[in-house]
Design a protein around this ligand. Sequence first.
Ligand code: NAD
Ligand code: DAU
Length: 338
Amino acid sequence: MHVLVTGGAGFIGTSFVRMILRDRPGWRVTNYDALTYSGNLENLSEIEGNERYSFVKGDVRDAQLLDEVLPGVDAVVHMAAESHVDRSIMDSGPFVDSNTRGTQVLLDAWRRAHGVDRRFVYVSTDEVYGTLPLEDKNALFTEETPLQTNSPYSASKAGGDLMVRAYHHTHGMDVVTTRCSNNFGPWQFPEKVIPLFVTNLLDGKKVPLYGDGRNVRDWLHVEDHCEAVLTVLEKGRSGEVYNVGGNNERSNLELTHSILSIMGHGDEMIEYVKDRPGHDLRYAIDASKIKRELGWEPTRSAWPGALEDTVSWYTENRSWWERVRSGAYQSYYETQYG
Ligand code: NAD
Ligand code: DAU
């Protein structure tokens, strides 16, 4: 089996590439990535030289390059995307271009290379469902929940999601889609809330908590997510969507208190800042379909252990995040109010 992973130099992609090489000894992986600000080959230094691994610096919007690369490939796992909601608020253009148009260009190239019979997995997001009310604790996103996107990021991901669905319906392509909740773990770009808060605290800075901190997210360890994607690649039913979640809902205030407590700080390190515009209130996933049909469930996401391990990783890898953070990046909060 030869899998091409788009976005294989990003946070989830590097974990997925490592997992395939470790857990599927007969497989080859091509990592196809444009190396935007969040793509970092340093995260894969341990597999450099592995003869089952190769890297192609390429954009998913580059049809010509895809036509050269895709013929020898058995399956595509499409993870490449602009992934940060705050950036999509500042400038939505790159999101529509990479996430919606890029997915269409890749689907067309995949069909040109092999017709419709080879598998294409699209890594979408739970954010395509919009938001759930805070009051109704029993409400969950199912695969039948209508897509009601609220941010330019989620709208651009939904564009790709709907393209994938349309290529199955219209052309009969072998596609499967996953919609996953918030990931955490090592090597996450420190613009996302957990690595941002941990690295701020390691630098003696306060953590900028948006609004009143009541917003709820469902946290899943990145390796659990990657195992779910691998399961869907191997066993998912063609044309289906599978929700992926951690059964690990926390308000941002609870999350912040957990990080502060692990790191030995108190509430004085919280800075309540103006809310993210359009901030979705609550994400919560019904992941019973993937468990029932494919036997996947999370095994590495339980707190506090998995969160403590993640905090330890950033504590022990200061040189990595200092290098990554040294670029031009400023958080949404800093650009607006800093
Ligand atoms: P990331 O930003 O860390 O990595 C994205 C990768 O895609 C980078 O390596 C980047 O260089 C590459 N890329 C971006 N645009 C590209 C283009 N036009 N052509 C080729 N490569 C390009 O993101 P992540 O957190 O690893 O997310 C990976 C995927 O998982 C995304 O599709 C995201 O929407 C989805 N997802 C993420 C989460 C999460 O919590 N992080 C949850 C659910 C779904
Ligand atoms: O749900 C899946 C999605 O999770 C993925 O599709 C996205 O790619 C990924 O970025 C993530 O989106 P979020 O917007 O939920 O993640 P983020 O880490 O940016 O924010 C998590 C929560 O923390 C959110 O409610 C906003 C809040 N937050 C975030 C930042 C960066 C703060 O309070 N302060 C901050 O500085």
